[in-house]
Design a protein around this ligand. Sequence first.
Ligand SMILES: [Zn+2]
Length: 232
Amino acid sequence: MNAQLLRIGDDIVAMHAVVTDEGVTLIDAGLPGDRRILRRALADAGRSVEDIRGIVLTHGDSDHIGVAEWLRTDYGVPTFVHEADAARARGAKTPPAPGGRWRLWPALRFLGGAIRRGALRTVHLGEVRTVRDGEVLALPGSPQIIGLPGHSPGSVAIRIPAVDAIFVGDAITTRHVLNGSTAMQLGPFTDDPARTPHSLERLRDLPERAIVVGHGPIFHGTAAEMLAALRV
Ligand SMILES: [Zn+2]
């Protein structure tokens, strides 16, 4: 199967599209103002939003669901989320989680960039489809769900061998949004930081050679190499 990975957005917030002969799967949905960059990225790959068959969320936080409700209501695109994060994606309040050390300019750059892309106009999902650990979804690229609780209860890794990648959302970050650090580290605003390293061990033996995060550059290496680089 021909499959191509598109990165849409930037190192502040990125969503990704897996483009195959059967259509497009989105991994996360960016920020509410990302409709234009999504359309442009798909057009560059010879596709359109009509080709999107489904959105799979790494977790239910607002900076990952941006255009999902628009795609659901206007194009009938379903969003898949782990059952433990379904309420979060639909707008349930979440407990405050620590952001960690921050520095002024990186934090302002994050806030400015996110606000420009509509971060203050969050549209939660009216309807989601829930998934469970171990499920392989009938979507382009056959995404496999691997439970990764820690950042949130319903955080997951999404494994797509067709593009040689594992999407880990905010379990880890390669560019801390609040202080600009590019060390491999746990994502900020994590509900249960002690749990994530344990969850990540589940990925250790997987062969895929790209670890894709929600914030920061793609890590080009295996999960085992990522774990070796991780500072906890
Ligand atoms: Zn995030």
